[in-house]
Design a protein around this ligand. Structure first.
Ligand code: C5P
Length: 223
């Protein structure tokens, strides 16, 4: 039996990756690693510095100088930006857009991918993101590509969006999701795509429990 197992979950925005990954991690006693939170922390840093997502030179320099790490508090991942816990500040629409726009840059990705690989080296992890099965953990024991229709994903995000106080309609959210997917799928560096050896799960008509059970079953088959 191996000592360290890695599970990769990729897929578009709002597919339920983090909810599912968190609960599968709990069942397997694995560490859950949310890589989107790292891109969001970087994005928050760029926003605070007033850097435009189009200003490549400034982004490259800021990405080089910034320090993003994670820690765990009661089993929940916290993301630390230059020593400050920013976990409560990264779930806004503004940060989502900035993360999507700046995750296209190689220096941003390289720094975070290095941290992600390091985290998976010594511990069993279930890691979610966009490029986990294709780039970060190409040798993962199980790779899942979790998706759902953009309508279903928009509905889930709508229910979840903390800052939503009536200013966004369901249509706004669906449009934003489609735009982010398109940017993630069409970027040059590590685009979002299903790894060849990933199992495709479309959760549009599945309950959370059905998705979870299927992942646990797939993992036990491979273990
Ligand atoms: O998953 P989440 O919505 O928190 O990710 C925020 C953004 O970070 C995504 O829209 C994507 O552009 C970027 N991301 C990425 N690679 C990952 C995880 C997230 O490019 N592994």
């Amino acid at each position: 039996m191996k000592e360290v197992y890695n599970i990769a979950i990729d897929g578009p925005a709002g597919a339920g990756k983090s909810t599912i990954a968190r609960s599968v991690a709990e069942k397997l006693h694995f560490v859950y690693v949310d890589t989107g939170a790292m891109y969001r922390a970087m994005a928050l840093h760029f926003l605070r510095m007033g850097i435009s997502p189009a200003d490549e030179v400034a982004i490259f320099k800021a990405a080089k100088d910034v320090k993003v790490t994670i820690s765990y508090e009661n089993g929940e991942q916290q993301v630390i930006l230059n020593g400050e816990n920013v976990s409560g500040l990264i779930r806004t629409g503004e940060v989502s857009d900035m993360a999507s726009a700046t995750s296209v840059y190689l220096p941003v990705r390289e720094k975070l991918v290095e941290l992600q690989k390091e985290l998976a080296r010594n511990e069993s992890v279930i890691m979610d993101g966009r490029d986990i099965g294709t780039c970060v953990l190409p040798e993962a024991d199980l790779k899942i590509y979790l998706t759902a229709s953009s309508k279903v994903r928009a509905k889930r995000r709508f229910a979840q969006l903390k800052e939503n106080q009536g200013q966004y309609t369901l249509e706004d959210i669906e449009k934003d999701i489609i735009e982010r997917d398109s940017r993630d799928m069409n970027r040059e560096n590590s685009p979002l795509r299903q790894a060849e050896d990933a199992v495709l799960l479309d959760s549009s008509d599945m309950t959370k429990k059905e998705v979870e059970d299927r992942i646990l079953e797939l993992f036990l088959e491979r273990k």
